[in-house]
Design a binder for this molecule. Structure first.
Ligand SMILES: Cc1cc2nc3c(=O)[nH]c(=O)nc-3n(C[C@H](O)[C@H](O)[C@H](O)COP(=O)(O)O)c2cc1C
Length: 90
């Protein structure tokens, strides 16, 4: 009984979004919706196929640049500041 209570109290849900992340904007939206992290598959493979290690680095650089740009457009300077308030529902 006691352990159950402790377990319930300490239980933390971490949400990872997998599939379909193609731009830094996708990353921003997933984090804003509450994801702790995103998983990226095919874009990394495309980078690898086209340019090897440098290609993978380039894909990650592009995604990071897009994410930082979009964060700046929302007035954010840190990942910690991302929350659902930046989302606009229409
Ligand atoms: C070539 C390839 C092989 C994969 N193999 C596995 C696998 O063996 N097991 C698995 O759980 N997911 C596998 N996945 C799925 C990836 O782990 C990941 O969920 C997915 O690629 C992410 O979506 P994205 O490609 O749209 O970014 C594979 C994906 C690709 C493209």
């Amino acid at each position: 009984m006691f352990l159950t209570k402790i377990t319930k109290r300490l239980f933390i849900y971490l949400v990872f979004v997998d599939s379909g992340i193609r731009t830094g904007t996708d990353v921003l939206k997933a984090l804003a919706l509450g994801a702790r992290a995103v998983l990226i598959g095919r874009p990394i493979l495309y980078g690898l196929a086209c340019g090897g290690q440098d290609g993978v680095r380039r894909v990650l650089d592009i995604l990071k640049r897009e994410l930082v740009y979009d964060m700046a457009c929302c007035g954010l300077t840190s990942i910690d500041q991302i929350n659902k308030d930046i989302l606009y529902k229409h």
